[in-house]
Design a protein around this ligand. Structure first.
Ligand SMILES: [Zn+2]
Length: 413
C-alpha cells in the first residue's frame, strides 16, 4: 500500500481492530438472515510524511451514498455551527453576496447559519438523502462528491468562493488530492478554506481509538495536513483547537504567500513535535492502551451482567460500532441501543447486531453505556433525574468509569 498523502510505501501498522462491517450500514430486520460484509480495520503511520491512515478503503458510494448522520440532530452541534459562523464572518470580513461553499454539507445546518447575513451559499454532499433535506429547507445543495471537476463547475456557475468550509469530512476523502486541488481553485481569488477535523492529538491524548472507522481514512495533525496542502500550493495560516467531537482542529488555509501566517501555526506544530506525533513509538503506546480499555470495560459490563442488571447503549453513533466490534461486545452484555434519530430506530448496529430502539418509548436500564462520549455533558444534563434516581452512565473513553449520583457533580461540572 502507498501513503494517501505522499505516495511512498514506508507505512507501519500500529493498531489492528480486526475485520469489521462498515459502521454506518445499519442492518434492517430483513438483513439479519445474511452476514454483512466485513473489511479490515487497521491503522498505520507513514514514516515519510507522518500521516496516520487506515489501510483499506470501502468505496465512498457504499459509505456515503445514503448517510444517517444528521448534523441538525444535536444541540451541541447546532450551537457550534452558529458560533463558528460568527467567528469566521468577523475574522474574514465576509460581506453580503460573498459565496460560501460547504463540502460535505450534510443537512445544511451550517450553511443555514450564513443566510441571515446575506451571504450566498452552496452545499455539496454525496449523500442524496441529506442533499434533499437541505434543499427542502432552502439551502441549495448539490448531491455530488466534491472534487476538482465539481469545483470547476461551481466556478463556472457561481464564481470563486470567499470561504470554503469542510467540517467533519476532511478525513473522509477517498479522492484526497482531487478534492484539495478543487479547493485550491475555488479560493484562488483571495478566499480562505476552513477545515474542521478530528484532532489526532486529542485522539492520542484521550485514547479515542473509536474515532477509527472505515469512513475515516486519514487522521490529521497540523504537520501532516501541511504536507498535503503544500503539494497543492496552499498553506495553513492559523490553527485552533475546538471542543467539538472530543477535540477538533480548526485550520484556516489560503493560497501560499497570499496572507500572513498566524503564530498559532508554529505553536501547534512545536507542540505536536513535543508530544511525539512524528514518532512511531507514540502510536505503538496508543495501540497498547486500547487493549487495556477493553479489559477494564469488559470487567465493568460483566459485573452488571453477573448481577442480573440491564445495560443499554446510549446512542448508536458510528464510533460506537467500532468500540463494540473491536471488543466483541454483543447483546449478552448490552441488550439494545437507544436513539432519537428516526433514521436509526428499528435497525441494528452491524457486527454486534444490537437492536436500536426509540429512546422515548423504552424503559430505563440500570446503566447506559455512553457511546457518543463527546456529548457526555449534554447527556448528563438531560439524564440528571435518571442518575439521581439510581441510574448510571458507563463511559468507556478515555478510561472506563461509572458515573452515578455519588460522582455526578464532578463530571457534570
Ligand atoms: Zn506519507
Amino acid at each position: 500500500m502507498h501513503c494517501r498523502v505522499c505516495s511512498q510505501s514506508r507505512l507501519e501498522q500500529f493498531l489492528d481492530l480486526g475485520d469489521q462491517p462498515h459502521c454506518d450500514s445499519l442492518l434492517r430486520p430483513e438483513d439479519l438472515g445474511q452476514r454483512e460484509p466485513f473489511y479490515p480495520l487497521q491503522v498505520c503511520f507513514c514514516h515519510e510524511c507522518t500521516t496516520v491512515q487506515i489501510t483499506y478503503t470501502v468505496p465512498k458510494e457504499t459509505m456515503f451514498g445514503e448517510y444517517l448522520y444528521v448534523s441538525g440532530t444535536t444541540e451541541t452541534l447546532r450551537t457550534h455551527f452558529r458560533t463558528s459562523t460568527e467567528r469566521l464572518i468577523n475574522k474574514l470580513g465576509l460581506k453580503a453576496g460573498d459565496l460560501v461553499v460547504d463540502i460535505g454539507s450534510n443537512d445544511g445546518t451550517w450553511l443555514a447559519c450564513y443566510q441571515p447575513f446575506g451571504l450566498r451559499t452552496l452545499g455539496v454532499d454525496g449523500a442524496r438523502n441529506l442533499a434533499a433535506m437541505a434543499n427542502a429547507r432552502g439551502v441549495e445543495t448539490w448531491a455530488r462528491f466534491f472534487n476538482a471537476d465539481v469545483a470547476r463547475e461551481i466556478i463556472a456557475s457561481k464564481g470563486r468562493a470567499r470561504l470554503v468550509t469542510a467540517a467533519g469530512v476532511f478525513f473522509h476523502l477517498e479522492e484526497l488530492h482531487s478534492v484539495t486541488a478543487g479547493i485550491a481553485e475555488l479560493i484562488r481569488d483571495g478566499g480562505v478554506f476552513c477545515v474542521q477535523a478530528i484532532s489526532l492529538g486529542e485522539m492520542l491524548k484521550y485514547t479515542q481509538f473509536d474515532q477509527v472507522y472505515h469512513e475515516h481514512l486519514t487522521y490529521w495533525t497540523v504537520a501532516s495536513l501541511d504536507r498535503l496542502f503544500a503539494l497543492h500550493g496552499l498553506e495553513i495560516i492559523s490553527a485552533d483547537l475546538l471542543p467539538i467531537h472530543g477535540g477538533s482542529l480548526e485550520l484556516l488555509v489560503a493560497t501560499r504567500g497570499s496572507r500572513p501566517v498566524d503564530p498559532s501555526v508554529d505553536r501547534v506544530r512545536a507542540e505536536e513535535k513535543r508530544l511525539g506525533f512524528d514518532r512511531i513509538e507514540t502510536y505503538r503506546q496508543f495501540g497498547q492502551r486500547v487493549w487495556e480499555i477493553r479489559d477494564e470495560l469488559l470487567a465493568i459490563l460483566r459485573r452488571y451482567a453477573d448481577d442480573g442488571k440491564k445495560v443499554y447503549a446510549f446512542g448508536a453513533p458510528a464510533k460506537g460500532a467500532t468500540l463494540l466490534n473491536s471488543f466483541h461486545i454483543t447483546t449478552d452484555l448490552v441488550s439494545c441501543a437507544t436513539e432519537v434519530n428516526p433514521l436509526k430506530v428499528g435497525k441494528y448496529i452491524p457486527g454486534a447486531r444490537i437492536p436500536i430502539v426509540d429512546e422515548r418509548q423504552t424503559d430505563l436500564p440500570d446503566a447506559y453505556l455512553i457511546l457518543p462520549w463527546n456529548f457526555l455533558k449534554e447527556f448528563l444534563r438531560k439524564k440528571r433525574d435518571y442518575i439521581m434516581n439510581g441510574g448510571a452512565f458507563i463511559v468507556p473513553i478515555p478510561k472506563p468509569i461509572v458515573i452515578d449520583r455519588s460522582n455526578y457533580d464532578e463530571h457534570a461540572g
